[in-house]
Design a protein around this ligand. Structure first.
Ligand code: HPA
Ligand code: ZN
Length: 332
């Protein structure tokens, strides 16, 4: 099953580029840029990565991102991620970045975006696009402000998203920032129903007009919502190892991915913050397959869903679906 998963052509739709910062690179950049870290060694880091919930992770994640300073740093981070993705069978990635994490500490948004673009060019085997995320623990005004700072760079960006601490920060607060982003042609998505209630999924759909829900596991609490997700084929970008590390489910065997997949929801498997949660996208496919006893057919369906749920043009989707069909026929 391991070699089946690694070779299975797939897309990655829920990956935070700042969450791909491996401890080794964090130390290297910290030293190069004279940025002190709260850890002394890679072993220290492993001990610190025991999380109780989303917030306990975010506290460390935002601190670590401070080592990213120059255009080169952002390029190095992006190229390293895409090279790993390529070895996991990823053909296309739609990649979140959090500009406010960098602009709030005085880094110019152009440095961030130009760096990512250079990194994207270095890895030819994986196509990729950027999704600009607003930090929901910051104000709606700050979201509008960072969107305006990003305006000169919209050619580099395909989508707009919403992440960070969910509870108490509902989607509807960010209606104005989304209105501007969508008017400018960006495709809207949002994290909802990770720790927050099913109501946040409704408001992400109805107020922000999102095309995909990131995580969305709490949708299962609301049968009318599940019915809508099925009827409208609204994708959920799920991240099993993230849910396990942040204790969204008491155990991966309690995860509702298979239940929602069987109900007809367009479920996908992704990696969220792989440097923090113990694995890249292939590891996520394998972990959930083991926990829920998924078949190779289920895994192929998840890969097909990842293509359907992407923002790729129709001709590329058709070609990738064909590639999956041929791959499955050749190995099963
Ligand atoms: N949820 C919310 N914000 C995030 C996450 C997540 O899983 N990862 C990085 N920022
Ligand atoms: Zn996420």
């Amino acid at each position: 099953m391991e070699s089946f998963v690694r070779g299975l052509p797939k897309t990655e739709l829920h990956i935070h580029i700042e969450g791909t910062l491996e401890p080794e690179m964090m130390f290297e950049m910290g030293e190069r840029n004279g940025v002190a870290l709260p850890f002394q060694s890679v072993e220290d880091v492993a001990a610190a990565y025991e999380f109780d919930d989303l917030q306990s992770f975010l506290d460390i994640y935002y601190q670590a991102a401070a080592v990213l300073q120059t255009e080169n740093d952002f390029a190095q981070l992006m190229a390293a991620y895409l090279a790993k993705a390529a070895s996991d069978g990823v053909r296309h990635a739609e990649i979140f970045f959090d500009p406010q994490t960098h602009t709030e500490r005085g880094i110019d948004i152009g440095t961030v975006i130009r760096g990512f673009a250079r990194g994207q060019k270095r890895v030819a085997e994986v196509s990729s696009t950027l999704i600009l995320c607003f930090l929901r623990h910051l104000s709606p005004e700050s979201a509008v402000e960072v969107f305006e700072q990003a305006r000169p760079y919209l050619a580099y960006i395909q989508g707009v998203g919403l992440d960070s601490g969910e509870l108490g920060n509902p989607p509807e607060l960010f209606a104005e920032a989304y209105r501007r982003a969508v008017e400018a042609g960006l495709r809207p998505v949002a994290h909802a129903g990770e720790e927050g209630p099913a109501e946040y999924i409704w408001s992400a759909l109805d107020v922000l007009g999102v095309e995909r829900i990131d995580h969305g596991v709490r949708a299962a609490d609301d049968p009318a919502l599940v019915e809508r997700l099925v009827r409208e084929q609204i994708p959920l970008t799920m991240c099993p190892l993230s849910n396990q590390k942040l204790q969204v489910f008491p155990d991966l065997r309690c995860h509702n991915l298979k239940e929602l997949l069987d109900a007809g929801v367009l479920v996908t498997v992704n990696s969220d913050d792989p440097a923090y949660f113990g694995g890249y996208v292939g590891d996520n496919y394998l972990a959930i397959a083991t926990a829920l006893d998924l078949s190779c057919d289920d895994l192929a369906q998840l890969a097909r869903n990842s293509v359907t749920a992407s923002f790729l043009p129709e001709d590329r989707k058709v070609a990738l679906q064909q590639e999956i069909t041929e791959y499955v026929a050749s190995v099963l």
